[in-house]
Design a protein around this ligand. Structure first.
Ligand code: ADP
Length: 368
């Protein structure tokens, strides 16, 4: 009997999973259900096996997706015993500042945060509800993208709006916390010389943000109340003048759904280039829009990195992570070129591993 942990990352149209050994966190299997809501497909890999498994699913909702994952785990090795299921939850609000075992009361509280992350939170919670129904023997553990930023100084939590709005939750929370927490951990273990250092961590993937990591703790980050703020991303705008939003609503007569769709899905690298949100495509392209989008991205990352440096009173190192940060050397170079005036800043690349961070949290909670 091998004790295992299941890590789930449920989005609007996909459910990614990873099964790990409980004792060593070695990956046993991983994969995803894509096309949830349209035509769902399950694909998976088993450690030590070259061939991938891929099958279409008869039903395309979140329940069916999770059933496919649980079936796969049952079928492929009846010796795995799930000790816990860790779920990535985008928003923990004010209450959830560390991972928790999910109870019906917790689930209800998390539901109240849906308006703060309308495009992510409902799917995260659907995954937990399905898991509680279908795999009740293993505790569900919620790990929050906001939690690592929860101890920010009020200077970094406020928008310059009336206090009443702050009290009603209109404030900066920050995201990608599980990624930053993992990076902080890797730095602590592998670079003790940077223990007290001022490090800007650049999580550059489909979503992108920066974290000001001082002495291993998050002191500031570029995302705010929602995952739309800060850097331009694959399809998200990042920060724009809030007056532009009211202009769209009032002068152009757009409704909130259209504003949201444009800023979340049609903007960023995709909107700037008119071509693609994928940096691989942009790097390979000669189109002027592609070059402009990449220049713009590098400029904004560098500008915000300088902002993070101010928040920490300086900068000693910059860590790149995420699909772009890890793989796109030319993008890293363009960012570093714009930061060269800051002098001696060490640049590192560390692979993102939110799954491992979640498994660490889950095991700690199972044992406590
Ligand atoms: P997510 O935020 O969904 O986890 P990732 O961290 O996997 O996303 O990042 C995905 C992005 O990384 C892709 O859209 C692509 O732009 C970029 N990327 C991945 N591999 C490469 C590569 N070899 N070269 C350049 N960019 C890459």
């Amino acid at each position: 009997m091998t004790d295992a942990l299941l890590v789930l990352n449920t989005g609007s149209s996909s459910l990614k999973f990873e099964a790990q050994r409980y004792d060593t966190f070695e990956r046993l299997a991983w994969g995803q259900v894509s096309g949830i809501g349209t035509d769902a497909r399950f694909s998976a890999r088993l450690a030590g096996v070259d061939a991938a498994i891929a099958t279409p699913l008869a039903s395309s909702d979140h329940d069916a997706a999770l059933v496919a994952v649980l079936d796969f785990i049952d079928r492929h090795d009846d010796d795995w015993r799930l000790r816990a299921i860790a779920h990535r939850v985008v928003h923990g609000g004010l209450k959830f500042v560390e991972p928790v075992v999910v109870t019906p009361a917790v689930l209800e509280e998390l539901g109240k945060l849906v308006p703060l992350a309308p495009l992510h939170q409902p799917h995260n919670l659907a995954g937990i509800a399905a898991s509680a129904r279908l795999a009740g023997h293993a505790p569900d553990i919620a790990c929050f993208d906001t939690a690592f930023h929860a101890r920010h100084d009020p200077l970094f939590q406020r928008f310059a709006v009336p206090a009443e709005l702050y009290e009603r939750g209109v404030r900066r929370y920050g995201f990608h916390g599980l990624s930053y927490e993992w990076i902080a951990r890797v730095l602590r273990d592998t670079r003790p010389d940077l223990a007290g250092a001022r490090v800007v961590v650049a999580h550059l993937g489909n979503g992108a943000s920066l974290c000001a990591l001082k002495g291993g703790e998050s002191v500031d980050t570029t995302m705010g109340m929602t995952a739309l703020d800060g850097l331009p991303m694959g399809t998200r705008s990042g920060a724009i003048d809030p007056g532009a939003v009211t202009y769209l609503l009032r002068e152009l007569g757009w409704d909130a759904a259209r504003v949201e769709r444009t800023l979340y899905e049609e903007s960023g690298l995709k909107g700037l280039s008119g071509l693609s949100n994928d940096v691989r495509t942009l790097v390979a392209s000669d189109a002027p829009g592609a070059r402009f989008a990449l220049d713009y991205f590098a400029l904004k990352v560098a500008q915000y990195a300088a902002t993070m440096a101010v928040s920490m009173g300086g900068i000693d190192a910059i860590v790149f992570t995420g699909g772009i940060g890890e793989n796109a050397a030319s993008v890293r170079e363009a960012i570093l070129a714009r930061l060269r005036f800051l002098g001696d800043v060490e640049a590192l690349v560390i692979p993102a591993n939110e799954e491992r961070m979640m498994a660490l949290h889950a095991r700690r909670l199972v044992e406590s």
